[in-house]
Design a protein around this ligand. Structure first.
Ligand SMILES: N[C@@H](CCC(=O)N[C@@H](CS)C(=O)NCC(=O)O)C(=O)O
Length: 209
């Protein structure tokens, strides 16, 4: 059964294409061009009512029927639980994984997204906002560096959906004014994950922009 992936070339979109590639699941890519407001099309809003990419439809959902899902954290947990992969199964490991996944969803995504906006896309130069979000981005890289100084991957010794959620945002470090050599544990983790064939393939969906 082929999963439908609705996406665009952004860090959030690539979290899910990386996971699908890691799992080796068949999927069809449907491009939702957010630069042309296609995320507001009524057909897409039926799948993703918050008008954001990515979203999936699994033709073989939990009740055996097509199952639409939006929000990358939910999609990653869904795919991990469906396949029994990339999330620890022991209780402590599972919560550790969810803790760092939620950290990404609430912090190392929204704050870095604001840094991208004010550093690259805002029509006005807003020094206060640039400083605020660049400083917050640096603080988050320090938190991640501290974690990765203690364990190999974010959830512990194994690669998991927490890493898949975080990596595509770290891949835009240059947009954030971040030099990874200032965060040696993040750099080690980043280089290890970047070398994974499934990550290379997932980062290329759709073609890099
Ligand atoms: N929390 C959401 C964030 C998704 C998100 O921000 N998607 C952006 C692209 S990276 C988007 O679709 N923006 C279009 C819009 O806001 O209208 C998730 O993790 O799925």
């Amino acid at each position: 059964m082929t999963i439908d992936l609705y996406t665009w070339g952004t860090p959030n979109g690539r979290k899910v294409s990386i996971m699908l590639e890691e799992l080796g699941l068949a999927y069809d890519v449907h491009l939702i061009d957010i630069t042309k407001d296609e995320q507001f099309a009524p057909e897409f809003l039926k799948i993703s009512p918050n008008n954001k990419i990515p979203a999936i439809v699994d033709p073989d959902g939990p009740d055996g029927r097509p199952f639409p899902l939006f929000e990358t954290g939910a999609i990653l947990i869904y795919l991990a639980e469906k396949t029994g992969r990339f999330m620890p199964t022991d209780a402590a490991g599972r919560y550790r994984c969810l803790e760092w996944l939620m950290w990404q969803m609430g912090n190392f995504g929204p704050m870095l997204g604001q840094a991208h906006h004010f550093r690259r896309f805002a029509k006005e130069n807003v020094p206060y906002a640039i400083e605020r979000y660049t400083n917050e981005t640096k603080r988050l890289y320090r938190v991640l560096d501290g974690r990765l100084g203690k364990v190999a991957y974010m959830a512990g010794e194994d690669y998991s959906i927490a890493d898949m959620a975080t990596f595509p945002w770290a891949a835009r470090h240059e947009w954030q004014g971040i030099d990874l050599t200032d965060y040696p544990n993040v750099k080690r983790w980043y280089d290890t994950i970047a070398a994974r064939p499934a990550v290379k393939a997932g980062m290329d969906v759709p073609k890099r922009n």
